[in-house]
Design a protein around this ligand. Structure first.
Ligand code: SF4
Length: 327
């Protein structure tokens, strides 16, 4: 169970000890190892909340999102969505769960059929879930297009006729068509110009209030995650090393990896001096992660115990948990 509970309500989603390993095979097809992309990750998300998952590329945050969505099956662990075990759902129950949990990708272009008009792409989601007749579906698509800032005539346009920011709004509209409760946003603004990023982030916030949505917001960009998240989990090499309310994490980072990440974020106030922490070495391979604390090969505070024992995630305050032998 996550040490840092979303709050006293029953969470919308609970992820417990989630593992996703990918087997590595040799030329004879024999399994020679496992890439430990996600290793024992636990967290919770409440209805209407944004949980930011942050870390460098390759730390396992996108794999976590895809495994929660069941685009990938977990190696082990639990996902409890509204009291139901996500990983044992089949048939109709799985189909219905897919309506509640939607995903927005970094590159919406690759997930939009280039031969279909935007209106038809949005309508398809309703057809899959057998919602409405033809007339009702068209009305719902038009409403949604207007809601995300498009004109009626754009119903008939093709994906290539839109800019990157507009395509991301289409991706969001498609996710919203079935009234989801949780949207997993996987680097949704990383490919956009900074000016367009803020438009998409503002839209995400507006529709969150309107639809009472929860987000699992995955990003490597700490400024973006800070802007949108209520709580944040920091991932390193497949593990969640720190979790806190957003303001608490930025004001008082505890894990040496979080401190290093935050030290690299530019501070808008020139009067505030922040010491830049440069980490030594490269991120180790998830095929052969270090023993004990996975961060010990790069940590400036590592001691003997760090090489031997995996630190357990502990609550430091009611809103702040960290996995480090220093605490
Ligand atoms: Fe550094 Fe040890 Fe803490 Fe890991 S457990 S972050 S190596 S001090």
């Amino acid at each position: 169970m996550s040490v840092l509970a979303a709050n006293k309500e029953i969470p919308l989603l609970q992820v417990k000890n989630l593992k996703k390993f990918f087997p590595v095979t040799n030329s004879l097809g024999r399994v020679t190892g496992q890439v430990k992309a996600v290793n024992n990750v636990s967290f919770e998300i409440n209805a209407g909340e944004t949980y930011g998952l942050v870390g460098e590329s390759g730390c396992g945050k996108s794999t976590t999102g895809r495994t929660v969505m069941r685009l990938l099956e977990p190696t082990s662990g639990e996902g409890i969505y509204q009291g139901k075990d996500l990983y044992s759902l089949k048939g109709k129950e799985l189909h219905s769960m897919r309506k509640d949990l939607q995903m927005v990708f970094q590159d919406p272009y690759s997930s939009l059929n280039p031969r279909k008009r935007i209106g038809h792409i949005l309508e398809e989601t309703l057809k899959i879930h057998r919602i409405g007749d033809k007339k009702e579906r068209m009305e719902r698509v038009m409403d949604m297009l207007h809601r995300v800032g498009f004109q009626s005539e754009q119903y008939y346009r093709y994906p290539h006729e839109f800019s990157g920011g507009q395509r991301q709004r289409i991706g969001l509209a498609r996710a919203l068509m079935v009234n989801p409760k949780l949207i997993i946003c996987d680097e949704p603004v990383s490919a956009l110009d900074v000016s367009i990023q803020s438009q998409v982030l503002n839209l995400l916030e507006e529709i969150q209030d309107e639809f009472h949505l929860a987000y699992l917001f995955i990003s490597h960009d700490l400024s973006v995650v800070r802007h949108i998240s209520d709580r944040i989990g920091v991932m390193y090499l497949g593990q969640l090393v720190e979790e806190a309310l957003t303001d608490e994490l930025y004001a008082n980072p505890l894990h040496p990896y979080t401190k290093a990440l935050l030290s690299a974020v530019p501070v808008p106030n020139p009067a505030v001096k922040r010491e830049r922490i440069t980490l030594r070495g490269e991120v180790p391979s998830p095929l052969n992660p270090p023993s004990g604390c996975v961060f010990h090969t790069r940590c400036p505070h590592a001691t003997e115990i760090c090489k031997r024992e995996v630190p357990v995630k502990k609550l430091v305050t009611t809103d702040h948990a960290v996995a480090c032998h220093l605490f």
